[in-house]
Design a protein around this ligand. Structure first.
Ligand code: ATP
Length: 270
């Protein structure tokens, strides 16, 4: 059997309701939803619909979630792949995979293509070019640029890509008609953390003593993914202790555990 080249989701359930905070970013992608739903509204006036936008921000802040929500809101298929999957690829495979991806998306357009960790293929060319795998990365990047230049303005395929290292990206990617828009997705502030807690508390059985303002203040520097983790961990801790609902102490224990994990991760990096 052939390895799967990319993921295709034709029935995305994610909507903007699932994305807490990120007001500015949501406003910007709302426009992309509108392009996908009513392309004529824009092209009739002679405008060119953008081909791509780059979602830039730290890990776990909701870039993938937001891209998926765009597809869900516009009710279009979501094609996705991760740049890191290309790292150990045989010569020629990366480029043909990109070609296939665009072909499929065009056939099913309007559609969203999402490329996570685009920096893994989109690093500036001609640097540290010492291994064969790097040549393959360049082939993949060149194919991506070719595909983006190749489709016309009325193809109705919009490419969203995510990175936490916009600074290392090949400038060719950011040229007009490619990823010429950058949308910043930052770590949440205290008010946004509260909104993210609200989203991830929805499925939990909550005890009376839960205090969202308190929890939001206890979690500076946490990403949305960290908060989702805290909520799940708290539910598991409560269950392990035979509780009927998840209470404040379970959350504090979960926060401690996640902070411990984050400290370990940072130690490895430094
Ligand atoms: P990475 O850079 O690591 O790929 P990302 O920015 O793409 O991360 P996501 O994969 O979208 O982050 O987030 C992981 C999970 O964290 C989401 O599926 C969701 O459960 C939760 N999450 C992150 N941000 C938010 C948010 N703003 N609102 C609600 N949930 C969030």
């Amino acid at each position: 059997s052939r390895a799967k080249l990319f993921d295709e989701n034709t029935d995305v359930k994610t909507s903007f309701k699932d994305v807490a905070g990120l007001e500015g970013a949501k406003e910007e992608v709302q426009e992309i939803v509108d392009f996908l739903k009513n392309p004529e509204k824009y092209t009739n006036l002679g405008g060119k619909i953008p081909k791509g936008a780059l979602l830039v921000g730290p890990p776990g802040t909701g870039k993938t979630l937001l891209a998926k929500a765009v597809a869900g809101e516009a009710k279009v298929p979501f094609f996705s792949l991760s740049g890191s999957d290309f790292v150990e690829m045989f010569v020629g495979v990366g480029a043909s995979r990109v070609r296939d991806l665009f072909k499929q998306a065009k056939e099913k357009s309007p559609a969203i293509i999402f490329i996570d960790e685009i920096d893994a293929i989109g690093r500036a060319r001609g640097k540290n070019n010492m291994s064969g795998s790097n040549d393959e990365r360049e082939n993949t990047l060149n194919q991506l640029l070719t595909e983006m230049d190749g489709f016309g303005t009325n193809t109705n395929v919009i490419v969203l890509a995510a990175t936490n290292r916009a600074d290392v990206l090949d400038k060719a990617l950011m040229r007009a008609g490619r990823f010429d828009r950058q949308i910043f997705v930052d770590l949440p502030d205290v008010r946004e953390r509260k909104e993210i807690f609200e989203v991830h508390l929805r499925p939990l059985k909550k005890a009376e003593d839960l205090d969202l303002d308190f929890l939001s203040k206890q979690t500076p520097g946490f990403s949305g993914a960290d908060i989702a983790n805290v909520c799940n961990e708290a539910a598991l801790i409560a269950a392990r202790n035979g509780k009927k609902a998840v209470d404040k102490q379970d959350f504090l224990d979960a926060v401690d555990r996640i902070v411990g994990g984050l400290e370990k991760k940072n130690k490895i990096i430094t």
